[in-house]
Design a protein around this ligand. Structure first.
Ligand SMILES: *Cc1c(COP(=O)(O)O)cnc(C)c1O
Length: 411
């Protein structure tokens, strides 16, 4: 394989059809941001829109806004926009709450839909909240269900006719390894169990076809690849064919069939609306709406193509120039999400040394350096410059300075 040069990356940028989208984001010219898989970048249009919602809708229209500015309809409207990104026809997605809360809602509903089955299967090393929420649900339900958490390669063999639910993260948060969504969904359903996909690390990074793969349930967040902003609402997907029997446990008033009748007895709304619990976060929804409109301008096939290519190039550069690291992500782009992770036992300090140079990646304990590729605003030369900086930091042991070794609260 011929050695790459910076000029190769400049050429790729020149020919990149997604490159103009970078201009829609508020991103300093000298910043290399490889953490859009954790907190996406601010779209330039967000601040003005949120400002307008504050000054006009809240400041002037006040409570009339629930109707005249459609504050109450936003969770469903935003849900349908997210639906376009994950292959879901309208009426199956709702923007609400956090991914954590949504996992609980859907997992509890799944147990109800599969009475008599006792296993909730997931993988060890899944994102911690996914494991914790299943554990909390099992505790709440007493002996009725158990969490079966197994290493990745044992998960599929464990699915049996006593399985109520399988919860997997489509793209692994640490390694970037990607499950085969159609095949796994089908296998789970062959045993009569329900499948819940956590899409946190894939939504907005690649085309997803929930309806086409006959998915059951899904959740995901909007502050990563979707750029909705810190703490922006998450989403739930419940397939239309399951909605009639879907009963989620957080029976708040806005999931009621007629919330403004204020009846004493709960009666769940038909359809996805029942996934609602309480009052929607109007300001966060405003920021999310702008971000989704930006995302919807991009062709997700092109996004996927660019991010896969970036992953390939990054791996190639690391293999050519960085003997210090072990690769933790799959080399095969077909089973790799939109990130590449490297392993080094001093990963934390190395990432801090990069951050000091305005190259932002992140660290995941105990030893993963994580680099996320977000094709809407990342340039190919950013990859070259990152590896160049890594080579400098490693060759000269620059990460060994005490200021890089002290751990901060959020990594
Ligand atoms: C980011 C992420 C979450 C986040 O959950 P919150 O409730 O938003 O904190 C959940 N699951 C996975 C797999 C994630 O990557």
């Amino acid at each position: 394989m011929t050695n790459l040069t910076r000029a190769d990356f400049e050429t790729l940028d020149k020919n990149d059809t997604l490159a103009p989208l970078r201009d829609q984001f508020s991103l300093a010219q000298d910043l290399i941001y490889l953490d859009g898989n954790s907190l996406g970048v601010l779209p330039k249009a967000t601040a003005a829109h949120v400002q307008q919602v504050i000054t006009q809708q809240w400041g002037v229209d006040l409570i009339r806004s629930w109707n005249c500015n459609q504050w109450m309809q936003k969770p469903a409207q935003l849900g349908d926009k997210i639906g376009q990104l994950i292959g879901a026809e309208a009426g199956q997605v709702l923007a609400c709450d956090t991914t954590s809360i949504n996992i609980f809602k859907l997992a509890a509903a799944a147990v109800k839909m599969r009475p008599g089955r006792s296993k909730l299967i997931t993988e060890t090393g899944n994102f911690a909240t996914d494991l914790y929420l299943l554990q909390g649900l099992a505790k709440l339900l007493g002996d009725q269900v158990q969490v079966v958490a197994l290493p990745r390669e044992q998960v599929l063999d464990a699915i049996d006719d006593d399985t109520a639910l399988v919860l997997l993260t489509h793209v692994h948060f640490k390694t970037g390894a990607m499950w085969d969504m159609p095949a796994v969904t089908q296998q789970v359903q062959q045993h009569g169990a329900l499948m819940m996909w956590d899409l946190c690390h894939s939504v907005g990074a690649m085309p997803i076809h929930l309806d086409r793969v006959n998915a059951d349930l899904a959740v995901g967040c909007t502050y990563k690849y979707l750029n909705g902003g810190p703490g922006s609402p998450a989403f739930v997907y419940v397939a239309k064919r399951l909605q009639a029997e879907f009963e989620q446990p957080l029976t708040g008033w806005l999931g009621h069939a007629k919330p403004f009748d204020f009846n004493d007895e709960y009666q769940g709304a038909n359809g996805i609306q029942q996934a609602m619990c309480g009052t929607p976060p109007v300001l966060a929804n405003a920021a999310l709406e702008v971000a989704l409109d930006v995302m919807l301008q991009a062709d997700l096939n092109q996004v996927r193509q660019k991010s896969s290519h970036m992953g390939d190039l990054f791996i190639q550069l690391v293999q050519q120039r960085c003997p210090w690291f072990q690769l933790s992500s799959p080399v095969d782009k077909a089973i790799r999400g939109s990130q590449v992770s490297l392993v080094h036992d001093q990963g934390y300090a190395i990432i801090q040394a990069l951050i000091e140079r305005n190259i932002i990646g992140d660290f995941r304990a105990p030893d993963h350096l994580r680099f996320g590729f977000t094709p809407l605003y990342l340039r190919y030369v950013d990859l070259w410059d990152t590896v160049d900086a890594l080579v400098d930091i490693m060759t000269h042991d620059l990460w060994k300075q005490p200021k890089f070794l002290a751990k901060q609260a959020v990594t």
